[in-house]
Design a protein around this ligand. Structure first.
Ligand code: FUB
Length: 346
């Protein structure tokens, strides 16, 4: 939801109409990546703080320093904060901005995947490992080789292969990478090197993970998102093109790639028949929330599908002080998703 409309919002009324209350209120949380491990719900969010950084279009005000894992026994249970799971000071290669993480499990070990800026100010993606889903996690000494940009999401397929999806525009630096090389000369403008409106939009990336989940098993490949005619979405198609917050889930044998459109604030989805895509755009999962960013995950729990998302309602609209929420998603017979309005008819 655009900044300028925030000051006119009656937050009491909006909160009454909201399809979810914040899951936790004692800290600010965002970008919830939810998983169901061993019969319990674990949410891996960003931990928002106000570090006093000035607001800009590169997201400098998102100056997060650590991660907390939130757990729930059931979808209706109280959400429990399990304390600090990883702090930037304990990541040898990272300097700042612990943005949206994800996690996954393999052979009884838990892996936290997270983006952060290195000491050159370049976003990379790291891995940290724990014996427990709640951490504490021990970071690898270096970021994943050939990783770049932000918002990792690691999907486990039915054949036990794991794939990481990632990328984000503007402050997420995706536009500054060309054939694996970072353009360090570029001016620090969020829109430098964004293709022209009539050119194909920048794409997120996917890479299969190595068996130990600590490195990529292959060079990252672009994830194509096509329109109804089989053409790549265009850069000027701001209501539909990828911006950030990649996620992959499966439903009835199909692969659903979902993401945020960033400056137009939608969570959209596209469907494909394999983890690499291409994916064909199908529609919106979530209409704009209060706050500039929108970021989500999708998780099946007890035979139902849930959207974990965030908004800035807890801070009455402060962009970088968000709260995680949850709502059920419903599919139509044809596999399409019924769009959620985060505040009903507000
Ligand atoms: O939380 C920081 C950034 O904001 C995330 O990495 C983006 O997806 C957006 O939610």
């Amino acid at each position: 939801m655009p900044e300028e409309s925030i000051e006119h919002i009656d937050f009491n009324k909006l909160n009454k109409k909201s399809i979810s209350a914040p899951l936790v209120e004692h800290i600010y949380t965002a970008d919830p990546s939810a998983h169901y491990f061993n019969g319990k719900i674990y949410i891996y969010p960003s931990h928002d703080i106000d570090a006093g950084e000035a607001f800009d279009d590169l997201g400098s005000h998102f100056a997060m320093e650590d991660y907390h894992v939130i757990s729930m026994d059931t979808i209706k249970s109280k959400a429990v904060d399990n304390g600090i799971a990883l702090h930037v000071n304990d990541v040898p290669w990272a300097e700042r901005q612990m943005w949206a993480p994800d996690a996954n499990e393999k052979d009884g070990k838990f892996y936290l995947f997270f983006p952060a800026k290195d000491f050159e100010g370049v976003f990379k993606i790291g891995v940290a490992v724990s014996d427990l889903p709640t951490g504490p996690f021990k970071a690898q000494p270096n970021p994943i080789k050939n990783s770049f940009s932000i918002d990792p999401a690691v999907f486990k397929d039915d054949d036990n292969s794991y794939y990481m999806y990632f990328g984000g525009l503007w402050g997420g630096q995706l536009q500054r990478w060309n054939k694996g090389v970072f353009n360090a000369d570029q001016p620090e403008s969020p829109t430098a090197f964004i293709p022209q409106p009539n050119e194909a939009a920048l794409l997120p990336y996917v890479a299969k993970m190595r068996d130990d989940l600590l490195e990529f098993d292959e060079a990252p490949k672009p994830v194509e998102i096509l329109d109804e005619n089989g053409n790549l979405l265009l850069s000027g198609d701001n209501d539909r093109r990828f911006f950030e917050a990649a996620w992959l889930h499966k439903h009835d044998g199909n692969y659903y790639f979902s993401y945020s459109t960033g400056d137009t604030h939608f969570i959209c989805y596209a469907i494909g028949d394999n983890p690499y895509g291409p994916f064909t755009y199908k529609g919106r999962i979530l209409n704009p929330v209060v706050g500039w960013t929108s970021h989500h995950s999708v998780c099946d729990i007890g035979g139902k599908t849930y959207l974990f998302y965030h908004d800035s309602s807890l801070s009455k609209g402060v962009t970088h002080l968000r709260c995680i929420k949850i709502a059920e998603i419903k599919y139509r017979e044809d596999g399409s998703i019924i769009t959620l309005n985060p505040y009903g008819d507000f």
